[in-house]
Structures are given as structure tokens and as C-alpha cells.
Design a protein around this ligand. Sequence first.
Ligand code: C2E
Ligand code: CA
Ligand code: CA
Length: 684
Amino acid sequence: MCKNQLLNRQKLNSHNVKKQKLRNFYKKSIWPSIVLFLFFIISCAAMPVSFAGIFKEYLLDSQTAVIYDDAQKAGKFLVNRMRREDESILESAAVLERYLGESNGLCVTDEDGYVLFQTGETVPDFERIQGVTAAEGYIFIPETEQGQDNAFTMTSWDFLLRCMGTLPKSYDRHRKWLDNVILRESYWTEVPAELPGLHVYYKDEVMLLQKHIYFIAVALMAEAAFLMVPIILLFINVLSSIGMQKRMVNLLYLDTSTGGNNWIYFQQKCRRILCQFRNASSTYAMVSLHMFRFEDYCACHGSREGEGLLENISSYLQVNMECGETFARFAKADFGILLRCDSDRMTEKRLKKLLAELTGVQKDRGISFCAGLYLIEPQTDGKMHEIQRRRQLDIDQIYHYASAARGMVGEKKGTHIKVFDQQILEEQLWKLKVEEQMEAALLNREFQMYLQPKYDPVTEKIVGAEALVRWISPDEGMISPNRFIPIFEENGFITRLDDYMISAVAKLQSEWKIQGKKQVPVSVNVSRANFTRTDLAQHICRLTDSYGADRSMIELELTESAFFGDKNILQQILKELKMYGFCIDMDDFGTGYSSLNSLKDLPIDVLKLDTDFFRGSDSNGRGEIVVMETIRLAKKLNMKIVAEGIEKKEQVDFLAAQGCDMIQGYYFSKPVPVSEFEKKVQEQ
Ligand code: C2E
Ligand code: CA
Ligand code: CA
């Protein structure tokens, strides 16, 4: 596995761990406060209930205590009266009855519970009757004097009247309202008088008055007011902590460069949108938007300006997003966008417009954009099944598919859009495979040198060769350079391969020399990537000299693109190479950009006319004129001419007539292994 992949995997892992931590943080931080708050509310609710209970108990107790007291007094009254007037209990009870109010009652029974005297209609429920507590004791008939007895009677009498509420009182309206009876309950109690063979019972009423309710309500309100303070404080605390956590979560979702949402938010939002029931049958497009030359822009204007640029793009995208769409910056100048997709064409059209407008907005900054698309189409019949399927989608992976499609656009100018398809995936997989295996392949000598002969068109003899690499893979067989050279050029491995090929050519030349075989010049391709090193000439010298090869027998082929770097450095390197005795070939002359100017400035020995000159029909003969004039130009500049890709006899004859020096093409020979090439040379 290559280093990049490992790094990516590590990044992905740490990304997932971060996401998990964030989720845990969110869960952990909010719930304790909420639980605490609920607990507090419940205890607050429980307190008034308990308060009401206590209050009720107290209310009842105080009322029953008064009734016990009255019962005692009634007992004393009866005993005194019986003694003083020498009356029977029934006579005394009848006297007492006259003074009792409507709500009071008296009942006298014998030992067996037989009722001897009773006021009113209700008889006490003897089983439920409560007596005065033992501590209060029973009333014994005291040996008192007449006056004292009267005084006692009067006191008891007054007290009794007062207790029974029969004394006249001046009620005002308010007082009346307060004394409204809400609940009235008869309460019998045994009178604690020692009357042998008799039991006396006394009845009064326990009442719940309006004022009691009023007091309870006031007390409750006071308690509630008292409790409100901590409740409000706790509520404020919970609110502020929720607010703080929200702010923190917002921070975690913030992309500091654009001021918009970051990638974690984007992933979550995408999943939410895609898995919504109403969206399950809609098609979505994941877009990977890339801005070209962002690094160059930052290098020229500074990173702050660069961030400003990203901010502008983010604001522009924000304005252009519709409901159920989202976007975020992925990295550097790459944005992920989730678009609702009515049809492929409409989406492409919309995206093209978006890119064109973005380019227009950033016009004076010389910046352009490209995009890759991955379509998320509903694949199952039922919405529920589709939701299940979408839950499994890896948003990152989908974005990478879109990026892979975008990568296919390359560095082309203009607003380019590419839709992801299976072929792109296969190419990506191939790229990965190549990158995984290239190091080992180089060590295992899986790269082999093939030679394509260059012929003299007149004598038809081999006068040179081009070294072309072939990858002989144990799994894949022979792999053509077109399948791996572009990948190596992208990842920089091409310089290692070029070194390997230069060494192979040098080794071959020195072997031919040692073995006394016929030596022909062999050209080898030197990629543009090599020209970043200023000591390239010395480096190539070291490689060839280590085999003791004849430098004049080695030609270095440079593609036209190499001529677009720093011209001064290139000129310097080429001068040095020539000084060391190498021949310089300009490869693929005529493709891409015109490098006529380079012919003037650079010390080139050989011009290789590209295959394109000889492809397609040339009915009006214009192609021939161009080839003719190019050959004449090269001759005038003292350069040799090699025509590439020659497959037909007429082409050979035409080129021979024009004075073309060498011909390389399938007409004579395809690239062949070294042994076969040597055989061809020997045969002639
Ligand atoms: P190139 O340098 O232009 O090489 C010529 C290519 O044209 C070779 O393809 C050759 O097989 C092909 N060719 C030659 N005659 C004909 C013909 O008559 N008809 C057709 N259709 N094709 C012809 P090949 O070997 O597949 O190499 C492709 C490209 O890969 C090369 O283009 C070169 O740019 C690159 N390459 C190959 N080997 C190396 C290498 O060792 N180092 C570097 N840097 N690049 C290499
Ligand atoms: Ca070449
Ligand atoms: Ca070529």
C-alpha cells in the first residue's frame, strides 16, 4: 500500500474518531443539566403536596383538640350539675342539651351500649369514637364549695358557649366570606367523666372553612414564590448552558476559512437530506467543485486575500443553494455541493451556469473552475428501502467519486464538467494499483527496455533507435506506457523511471562497445518533470558515465511541453548536456503549442515530426506542404529530421524525396526487445 493511501486512511480514521467524540460530547453535555432540571421541578412539585398534607393534619388536629376540650368541659358540667342539683344523668344531660348548638350532640349509654339519652337524630358510630387521651385523665367529682362550684360552672359555661360558636359576634362581610363552610363532618368523642355504669358521648363538627383554603393557597403561593427564585436561577443556568453548547457546536461546524459550514456539518446535512422520506424518490448530484490556481493566487496576494476569495465563493454558493441543498469546503479550494437533480441535463446546465458565473465574479482575479458530478439516483422501489440504502451511503466516498470525475477534466481551461461513470472508477482503481506496485516493479526489474529502430528512408537500414519502456507485470502481462506514464508524470515517479531507462541505454551502449557489436545511437525520453533540477546535465552524466558509455551514442528526447518552463534554466541545462556530448531531440514536434521560437533559442540537434503530421487524409495536399516546409526549416537550422508513426510505403517515399533523415514507424518495425533489435542490426 502506498504512503498516500495510508495517510488518507489515517486521516479518515481520525476524522471518524473526531465525529464520534463530537457526538458523545453533545450527548454528555446537555443531558445532565436537563436531568437535574427535571429532578428539581419534580421536587418542587412534591413540596407543596407535602405541605398541603401537613397543613391538613395540623388543621384537623387543632379542631379535634378543641372538641376534646369541649367534651371535657361538658363532662365537668354534667358531673357538677348532678352533684349540685342532685339530678340524674338524664336530667343533667337534658339541661346541657338546651345550651348546645345545632351542630353539637350528646348521647348517654349504659354499659352495654344501650342509648339512654340522645340529642338529634344521629347516633355515634361507637366503634370509631375516639376518647380523650389517657394523659388528660378522667374527670373526678371534686369536693367544692357552692360558690366555687358556681364560678367553675360559669367559666365552663362561657367557655362552652364560646367554643360552640353561639356567642354573638359582629361579623363583617369579609369575615362572613372567610367563614363560609366548605366541608362539614360530624365528630363524636367520648366524654371523659367517671359515671359508673354509664358512657357519655359528645358530638361536634369538624369544618373546612373558606379561610382555611385561603390560608393554604396563600401559604402555597408563598412557598411557590420562595421556590421560584432557585427555579428561575436554574432555568437561566440551563438555558445559558444550552446556548453555550449550541455556540460550541456551531464553532465545531464552522469553517474558519470561509465562515460557512465545515465538512462535518456537510456530511451530516447530506445524510439528513438524502434520508428524508419526501426526498427518497428524488435524484441528487454530489458535486466536487475545484478552483484552479488557488495556490498561485495565495502566493501572489497572500493567504488572507486567499481566504477572502474562498469567503466570496462560499457566499455566492450560499445565495445559489435551494431548499434541500447544501455545500461546504472540503479542503484548500475544493468545495462539495449537494444539488437536487431534476434531470442530468438540467443539473449540468445549472452547474455550468454556476461555474460560468463564479468565473465571471472572479474574472479580474484570473481564476477558473471545474467540477465533477456523481449522481445519487433512487435504486429501489419502496421509499423505505431507498432510505435504508441511503443510510448506508458514505458521503465522503461519494464526494471522492465526484472528485475522481473532476480529476478527469485535468488542468484544461474553461468551465469543464465531468459526470462520474464506471470507467472513471476503473481508471482510479488502476491508478491506485499502479501506484501501489510501481516501487516494487522498479526493484524487481519489471520495467523493460524495448527499442524501436529508426531507418534511413533511402538505404532502409537501421541508423538509430528509440528506447521505449514496457512494464512486464507478473499479473497483468505487458502494460503499454500510455497506461502508466501519465500516472508517473502526475505523481513524480517518472523521474525515477527516466533514470532507470537512461541507465539501461548507457549499459546497453557500453555492452555493445565491449562486445564489439555495431553501435547505433539510441534516444531515450526525458520527461518535463526532470527539468526542475538544475543539476540535471551532471546527473545524466553520472548515470551514463557509471557504465562507461559513449555519450555521443545517447540522444535525449524532450517533449514540447518541457520547453514551456523557465527558458533560461532550460537553455542552461541543454547547453551543458550538449557540452557533455549528448544529442538533444525535440520530440512530438508539431503537437500542442507551437515551439518554433524554441527552435531559434535552444541547441536542438534532431527534430522529431509527430505522428499527427501523418494521420488522417491529406486530400488537398496541405499536410505535405507543412511537412516539406518543416523539413526545409530544420535543414536550414542544421537539424536532423526523424518522422514518427510512419506506417505506409507512400509516406516513406515522400519523406525520402524531401530529404528526411530517419523514419520511425510500424512500416519498418514496432518497438522490439533488445535481443530482437540486435538481430535486426546484425541481419542488415
Ligand atoms: P513517444 O515518445 O512519442 O513514443 C512513440 C510512440 O509511438 C511509442 O508508443 C511507439 O510505439 C509509437 N509508435 C511508433 N511508431 C508507430 C506507428 O507507426 N504507429 C503507431 N500507431 N504508433 C507508433 P509507446 O511505446 O506506447 O509509448 C508511448 C509514449 O510513452 C511515448 O511516446 C513516450 O511519450 C512515453 N514513453 C515511452 N517510454 C518512455 C520512457 O522510457 N520514458 C518516458 N519519459 N516516456 C516514455
Ligand atoms: Ca519519444
Ligand atoms: Ca514522439
